[in-house]
Ligand binder design. Structure first.
Ligand SMILES: [Fe+2]
Ligand SMILES: [Fe+2]
Length: 235
């Protein structure tokens, strides 16, 4: 098992504050408590370097493309831009850990190890990733952490941020599986729950075709979305 590294220490005086290129300025960055908190703990460059130390170039490309798609969806669905880009960039930070490392980290962070996660430890990269960005980058925003923790399975009561991360991950511009154009068009159409349900159905179908176990979180997430569609809840 890899040693757990100490949390990053960022210099608050660094001039390269966490500012994405999506119209955010230093003033807008300091406008909310979360963003102010983010500024005090990390810079964009340092966070990117941290991620590059954990993923290969292909996965970094996917992460950057997910970040870009998450920004587009945040704009369409009225989600906080910085939270969306941060979640998009970091969501797969634990994806390239070995199964042994994932299980060790899950034990360390007291993540529930149900029999499906034990049989398919790759599923753990989402909740372990959320714990890592909290522990090592100091990101404490629960909406970001929850979105990262459930970006692969989905979950009950997903926030808008969680939904757009789930969609951005599946539809970013480097994805090329059959049907991705439909998912992308739906995601950009402004009908969040329809896009989400179609994406969930496609991912669940894939799990079934692969004869893998379906995690109950995916079923709960899908049931929730259907409930919202039936009740015309615009989430
Ligand atoms: Fe992932
Ligand atoms: Fe991903």
């Amino acid at each position: 098992m890899k040693n757990f590294r100490p949390a990053f220490r960022f210099a608050p005086s660094d001039a390269n504050w966490w500012i994405w290129g999506n119209g955010l300025t230093r003033n807008t960055v300091s406008a909310t408590p979360f963003l102010k908190n983010t500024c005090q703990q990390m810079t964009k460059i340092e966070t990117t370097e941290w991620l590059k130390g954990r993923v290969d170039s292909n996965l970094y490309c996917h992460s950057a493309a997910t970040q870009e798609m998450a920004a587009k969806l945040a704009d369409i669905y009225g989600v906080d831009m910085e939270k969306a880009t941060l979640a998009g960039l970091l969501h797969d930070c634990a994806k390239q850990m070995s199964h042994e490392e994932l299980i060790s980290h899950a034990q360390h962070y007291h993540i529930r190890l149900d029999h499906i996660r034990l049989a398919q430890p790759g599923l753990l990269h989402a909740p372990v990733g959320a714990k890592l960005v909290h522990a090592e980058l100091g990101i404490a925003d629960s909406e970001i952490l929850d979105a990262i923790a459930a970006h692969n399975t989905g979950s009950k009561d997903m926030s808008r941020l969680g939904k757009i991360l789930y969609l951005a991950d599946a539809s970013e511009c480097t994805r090329s599986y059959p049907g991705v154009e439909r998912i992308r068009d739906l995601a950009l159409s402004g009908d969040l729950n329809s896009a989400l349900l179609t994406t969930m159905d496609m991912k669940i179908r894939h799990v079934l075709e692969q004869k893998q176990m379906l995690h109950p979180m995916s079923v709960e997430a899908r049931n929730d979305v259907i409930k919202e569609i039936i009740n015309h809840i615009d989430q």
